[in-house]
Ligand binder design. Structure first.
Ligand SMILES: [Zn+2]
Ligand SMILES: [Zn+2]
Length: 180
C-alpha cells in the first residue's frame, strides 16, 4: 500500500512540479526572450511531427529537450521515493506531449471527457491548439492552473521582451531583420 502511495506521489510530482518548472523556467522565458521556441513550436507551417517533437529537426529537438529538462530534474529527485512512479510520471508526460498535438490530426475530445478533464485542470489538445494559434494564451503543458500566473508574468515582463525591442527598433527606424 505504502509503495502505491509513493509511486502515485512520485508520478504526480514529476507532472505537477515538472510542468511548473517547464512553464516558468523555460516556456515563459522562451516566449519573452528567445527565438527557438517561436520558430519551431509556433510555426504553423510545421507538421504534427515537429510539434509533437517526433522529429529529426535539430531546433525542434533542442526546444523539446529544454522543455523536458525540468521534468527530468524532478524525476532525478523523486527516483529514491519510487522509481516506478517516476517512470510512470515521465511516460504520462510524454504521452501528453503527443496527445496534446493531435488536434492537427483531427482529434476532438468527447464533450463528457472534456468536462471531466477540465475539472482536473488538465490541458486538452483543443486548449493547447489555442496556444499554437495565439502564443499569448493557454500556458501550462499539462495543467491549466499555470496559465493565469504565466500570463501575469508575461504581462509584467513584456517591456523587456524581444517583441517590445523589435517594435522599438521599427519605430526608431533601426532596421532589425529579426522578428519575434
Ligand atoms: Zn505545442
Ligand atoms: Zn509556446
Amino acid at each position: 500500500m505504502m509503495q502505491a502511495i509513493d509511486a502515485f506521489g512520485a508520478a504526480a510530482m514529476v507532472l505537477v512540479l515538472g510542468d511548473f518548472g517547464s512553464t516558468f523556467l523555460y516556456h515563459v522565458p522562451a516566449h519573452l526572450w528567445m527565438r527557438l521556441h517561436l520558430r519551431t513550436h509556433h510555426d504553423r507551417r510545421r507538421s504534427y511531427w515537429d510539434h509533437a517533437v517526433l522529429s529529426r529537426d535539430r531546433g525542434v529537438l533542442l526546444d523539446g529537450f529544454l522543455g523536458a529538462l525540468p521534468y527530468l530534474a524532478v524525476a532525478a529527485a523523486t527516483w529514491h521515493l519510487s522509481p516506478w512512479g517516476t517512470l510512470l510520471g515521465l511516460a504520462l508526460g510524454q504521452l501528453h506531449v503527443w496527445w496534446r498535438h493531435t488536434t492537427e490530426l483531427g482529434w476532438r475530445t468527447p464533450p463528457a471527457l472534456a468536462r471531466v478533464l477540465h475539472r482536473l485542470w488538465i490541458v486538452l489538445p483543443e486548449d493547447h491548439d489555442g496556444h499554437h494559434r495565439n502564443p499569448d494564451i493557454e500556458f501550462g503543458d499539462i495543467f491549466r492552473f499555470y496559465d493565469a500566473p504565466a500570463r501575469a508574468i508575461l504581462a509584467k515582463l513584456a517591456p523587456t521582451s524581444r517583441r517590445a525591442r523589435n517594435a522599438a527598433g521599427r519605430v526608431s527606424g533601426n532596421r532589425d531583420p529579426v522578428r519575434a
